[in-house]
Design a protein around this ligand. Structure first.
Ligand code: ARG
Length: 467
């Protein structure tokens, strides 16, 4: 028996029913479904659309059903089509005719949209918490490496010396924007579509704002057509997940690279490394690689849902049932990867000596010489050209910048004084940076203090909201 079958002469073909059932996916929404139904019943009671006693019986039975599902006592049967049908039929089984009043002034269309929004609200809060935890792990590592100098890269070619803390702090800033994006999405997700009914609203005197308030939502999605047919907030959330995953993939890629024998900058803990079934010596970075690889799932979900929604006429279409596959995949993968990145990173040893050894042979201090000439009032382009000649000489003679003689410098430009040699260390290169947000200890320390204050405060706020 389906919820809608009285107008048909035949029941739905088994194959068609199995094909259209979604309970294996949307079964995950049982808590949201029950929370939404309870708020709906309370509103129906307040508006005297159903009697107080019927409402009370429904509310009690819904809580019992929640327990049955949580304890695995109510089995998910695909013949029940979806979680909404399963719960409603169980309700009627438990309390008979009274249970049949639950669906008054409601359609599965607004019901599904509500459950999805409640789910997104819950998961956005979790995503924020996990992002914050990763930011904290990055901050701990940054504090430990305030003094470690690395070569910064552009085009994966050695560029200029950096404090390793500065490199890690860059990821904290990226993740901060992800949190902002999540919070912004939360504002739009946390609105109630309930009361839109199938698409046109209802003739019954519902109080949509009251239901929204009961659910702690910040208003209603007003236009009833929009309320049941939009999935743009969901697409927005998956987009944010995609951006988070893109950020994690960059960090993972660096970890994979740095843990290679060629770099040897990072060593993973054995508990987060894997071996080879064939080559006994191997210690592989599978976890970082998997995080990098799982981006495919999340980008796939984004394109999956965008494709489902493209050119769909208003309002609800059954195509939209497929939305949850993509939403759950994106959210679950992103949560896992945020968590695993944090765990992996906290157990990774970064090798200060190795980082610093690679600073030696390079020519990555040549920009110091350009700035030196600019301070001597030589136009930047000219200064760049002069230092280019210095670099060419070093390359020819296989020397470091500090190994060219003062005479050779003077031959290239008389503007070079003896004081250039004290500029030619990685430490002075880092410390001489003056601009806001640069890699000098002073600026890096400022950033560390900023994030310490902000992260500690925000984590407390999130925990308070959850309790
Ligand atoms: N399982 C369906 C979904 O998630 C429920 C909505 C069904 N509505 C309908 N008009 N057939 O989309």
């Amino acid at each position: 028996m389906a919820l809608w079958d009285s107008r048909f002469k035949k029941s739905l073909d088994e194959v068609a029913l199995k094909f259209s059932a979604s309970i294996d996916i949307d079964g995950k929404l049982f808590n949201e479904e029950i929370d939404g139904s309870k708020a709906h019943v309370q509103m129906l009671m307040k508006q005297k659309i159903i009697s107080f006693n019927d409402g009370k019986a429904i509310l009690k039975a819904l809580e019992e059903i929640r327990k049955e599902i949580s304890l695995g006592k109510l089995k998910y049967d695909w013949r029940k089509e979806d979680i909404h049908t399963l719960i409603e039929e169980r309700l009627v089984e438990k309390i008979g005719e009274r249970g049949k009043r639950l669906h008054t002034a409601r359609s599965r269309n607004d019901q599904v949209a509500l459950a999805e929004r409640l789910y997104m609200r819950k998961e956005i809060t979790r995503l924020i918490k996990l992002t914050r935890a990763l930011q904290k792990t990055l901050l701990n590592k940054a504090e430990r490496h305030k003094d470690t100098i690395i070569s910064g890269y552009t085009h994966l070619q050695r560029a200029q010396p950096l404090l390793f803390a500065h490199h890690l702090l860059a990821y904290i800033s990226m993740l901060e924007r992800d949190v902002e994006r999540l919070n912004d999405c939360l504002k739009r997700a946390n609105k109630s579509p309930l009361g839109a009914a199938a698409l046109a609203g209802t003739t019954l005197p519902v109080d949509r704002k009251y239901t929204a308030k009961l659910l702690g939502m910040n208003g209603v999605v007003e236009n009833s057509l929009d309320a049941v047919s939009d999935r743009d907030v969901m697409i927005e959330l998956i987009s944010v997940c995609s951006i988070i995953m893109m950020h994690l993939s960059r960090l993972s890629e660096e970890l994979v690279l740095w843990s290679s024998q060629e770099f040897s900058f990072a060593a993973f803990d054995d508990s987060f490394s894997t071996g080879s079934s064939l080559m006994p010596q191997k210690k592989n970075p599978d976890i970082a690689e998997l995080i990098r690889g799982k981006v495919g799932r999340v980008y796939g979900s984004l394109f999956g849902l965008l494709t489902i929604m493209k050119a769909l006429p208003l309002a609800y279409n059954r195509d939209m049932q497929e939305d949850k596959v993509h939403l759950f995949e994106a959210v679950d993968t992103t949560k896992d990867c945020l968590h695993l990145t944090s765990e992996l990173l906290s157990r990774t040893h970064f090798n200060k000596e190795r980082f610093e050894k690679e600073l030696d042979g390079g020519l990555l201090l040549s920009t110091e010489l350009v700035d030196y000439l600019v301070r001597k009032k030589i136009p930047f382009r000219k200064a760049h050209n002069i230092v280019g000649q210095v670099v060419a000489k070093c390359v020819d003679q296989n020397k470091k910048l500090s190994e060219l003689s003062f005479k050779e410098y003077q031959k290239i430009s008389p503007k070079f004084g003896k004081d250039i040699f004290k500029l030619l260390t990685s430490r002075s290169s880092v410390e001489n940076k003056k601009s806001l947000g640069s890699t000098s200890s002073k600026e890096v320390e400022k950033q560390i203090q900023f994030w310490k204050k902000k992260l500690n405060k925000l984590v407390i706020r999130i925990e308070k909201r959850r309790s």
